[in-house]
Design a protein around this ligand. Structure first.
Ligand code: ZN
Length: 309
């Protein structure tokens, strides 16, 4: 399948011995489904000093609920990008997120540079409840941001904060999606859980919100939001993997609703910050046994439709 918009995409890189058989395993997965590749809405690219701090934080193991969290892909940026291309990930995000004020605009500036040198990355941006948030979010949208990220646990803020009113309003109005980490897993925060974000959606019912980690561990409540609002999606990041199943198992009884919500589930992985191989996330989706049409929608077609790729 040739998409004319793929013409400006870089060539697949030369194989690197560091990839082992993984690149082939990932490519076999999407080829077997008859897909032209994958779209991953939840990957992270950040300024190197921020990325190093995030990796050091995970290595301390506090987020893994007692399980070690050794970040598998602690590689230089160009090698991580090359690996995603070798996997056949046609489009991927570059999510970063602030943990304090006066940081989001700088992250957005860095992300703009990353997107400029990485044509297959979705230009991503973020925000924090602070004066001026509406201004820099409007600026980022005007400059071409395709996806935002809000991290309620790391940012430790209330999504109902009045400083964010203009931000949610702009996102809803322009239809630019926002990946929101608002489930209480792997670690809860003061404003995680379905309550606060439900109130934001009640005020901005057209908001396109992609709930990260499938809303873990409050899977049922967040599935409920997809049934209630046409703009609510869930990303698969870490869900169904052995790692997250040990901390927050997905209830088997919810599988029929997961099947029904197939049009609203988007592949996300948390690459590169994961303590297991990328292909494990794909295998974890396949072993749900929800069928190939479900997998095709989740791993590619839903995201291309939502993001107009
Ligand atoms: Zn993430």
């Amino acid at each position: 399948m040739t998409d004319p918009r793929d013409q400006d995409r870089p060539e697949s890189p030369e194989p690197d011995p560091a990839w082992g058989s993984e690149a082939g395993d990932v490519a076999a997965f999407w080829k077997n489904l008859g897909l032209p590749g994958l779209v991953d809405v939840h990957t992270h690219f950040m300024p190197p000093n921020v990325q190093a701090k995030v990796w050091a934080f995970f290595e301390q193991g506090r987020e893994g609920n007692g399980q070690p969290w050794h970040v598998r892909y602690q590689w230089p940026e160009d090698e991580r990008v090359a690996l995603l291309r070798a996997f056949g990930v046609r489009r991927f995000s570059a999510l970063s997120y602030p943990h304090k004020p006066d940081m989001a605009a700088w992250l957005n500036e860095w992300a703009a540079g990353f997107a400029a040198r990485t044509p297959d990355a979705l230009r991503s941006a973020t925000f924090f409840p602070e004066p001026g948030a509406g201004g820099y979010v409007a600026e980022a949208i005007g400059a071409g941001a395709r996806l935002f990220k809000a991290h309620l646990q790391v940012g430790a803020y209330d999504p109902r904060d009045k400083l964010l009113g203009p931000v949610w309003g702009l996102l809803a109005e322009t239809g630019v999606p926002v990946v929101v980490h608002c489930g209480s897993g792997p670690m809860p925060g003061r404003f995680t859980g379905p309550g606060p974000m439900s109130e934001v959606l009640a005020r901005h019912p057209r908001l396109i919100a992609i709930i990260a980690h499938l809303g873990a561990p409050e899977y049922g409540d967040f599935l409920g939001l997809t049934e209630q609002y046409s703009g609510v999606y869930l990303d698969t990041t870490m869900a169904f993997t052995d790692f997250l199943e040990r901390i927050a198992p997905f209830p088997v009884g919810l599988r029929p609703r997961l099947a029904d919500a197939g049009g609203r589930i988007l592949l996300g992985t948390d690459f590169p910050n994961i303590p297991y191989s990328y292909v494990h996330q794909l295998q974890a989706l396949a072993r749900l046994d929800l069928g190939e049409p479900w997998l095709r929608a989740v791993c590619h077609d839903n995201a291309t439709a939502l993001l107009g790729l």
